[in-house]
Design a protein around this ligand. Structure first.
Ligand code: AMP
Ligand code: MN
Ligand code: MN
Ligand code: MN
Length: 277
């Protein structure tokens, strides 16, 4: 059987639509053989995912996607194969969870100033026990027909510099990497080209990341085109980092991104899964 890796996706423990159970079953049906569930700043979905994965005969690698502030920029760092029971990690993410709740309240206030009422109640309801993310706000605005797509919600309200944007100081990169390493995980920079960094900022980022113990960057994501794969691949090689592949799947409604639907990692890039035990 050919191996198919997908090392980045979301369940309803954060801003994914599917439960961990539904997600694992869908991955299995899409031919994924190794899946990592990487919810934003929480490990809450991992238990259920692991149980279902065992049942379904698919390999589940416990993961997380940490929100990081580095040089005033928000970055996402994946921890692959973390131990969710590690105390340093679970303590460390509590702080991010408080920041998320706090930011949600501030976003709701800003929306109220724009005559959009009831956002906090709505996102608390839709997130349930899970993390509240801007995706939840986007869906609320969409439901209220104030925007015509998630993208539109970011463009009009939630994106940087827009009326309901709340700048947040997430965890710093050193702490994030250290928490991942302490819990036995591999630190990976998620979707490196999405931060719109210049080449020199990207080099600064990658050398700092590597210096602090980072091991890989995502070279292939669900929406990468061949040029982007080549650019990210070159960064991986230049900085002697391994390459990861992950769809960043959130919802079956997004027809552009599917579990396991990923280009191959270029043959000259060291796969991050070779670093797994
Ligand atoms: P947060 O971490 O709460 O700020 O939310 C970030 C999440 O919002 C990301 O993980 C994406 O799932 C989603 N997101 C960010 N930017 C956009 C965008 N322009 N359009 C749609 N979804 C977005
Ligand atoms: Mn997300
Ligand atoms: Mn991300
Ligand atoms: Mn993600």
């Amino acid at each position: 059987m050919t191996e198919k890796y997908d090392l980045h996706c979301h369940s309803n423990a954060s801003d994914g639509v599917l439960s961990p159970r539904e997600l694992v079953i869908r991955a299995k049906n899409k031919g994924v053989t190794t899946l990592s569930l990487t919810d934003h700043d929480t490990t809450d979905g991992l238990n259920e995912a692991q149980l279902v994965a065992q049942d379904q005969g698919i390999r589940l690698i416990p993961g997380i996607e940490l929100s990081v502030t580095w040089q005033n920029k928000t970055l996402h760092i994946i921890g692959l194969n973390i131990n969710p029971d590690n105390q340093a990690l679970s303590e460390g993410i509590k702080n991010l969870q408080i920041l998320r709740q706090d930011r949600a309240e501030k976003i709701a206030k800003k929306l109220a100033h724009k005559k959009v009422i009831g956002a906090l109640e709505a996102v608390e309801k839709s997130a349930g026990k899970g993390m509240i993310t801007r995706t939840h706000f986007a869906d609320f605005l969409l439901e209220k027909q104030l925007v015509n797509s998630q993208q539109d919600a970011f463009d009009k309200y939630l994106g940087k510099g827009k009326p309901a944007f709340v700048a947040t100081e997430w965890t710093d990169m050193e702490t994030a990497i250290s928490l991942i390493l302490q819990s036995g995980g591999l630190p990976i920079i998620a979707h490196p080209l999405r931060y719109k960094l210049t080449a020199s900022w990207m080099r600064r980022l990658l050398s700092a990341f590597k210096e602090l113990g980072g091991v890989a960057i995502e070279v292939v994501t669900g929406r990468s085109n061949p040029d982007e794969i080549a650019i990210a691949g070159k960064y991986a090689k230049d900085f002697q980092l391994s390459g990861s592949v992950g769809s960043d799947f959130h919802s079956p409604n997004n027809v552009w991104v599917e579990l396991g639907r990923l280009a191959n990692l270029p043959a000259d890039i060291k796969p991050v899964w070779n670093l797994l035990p």
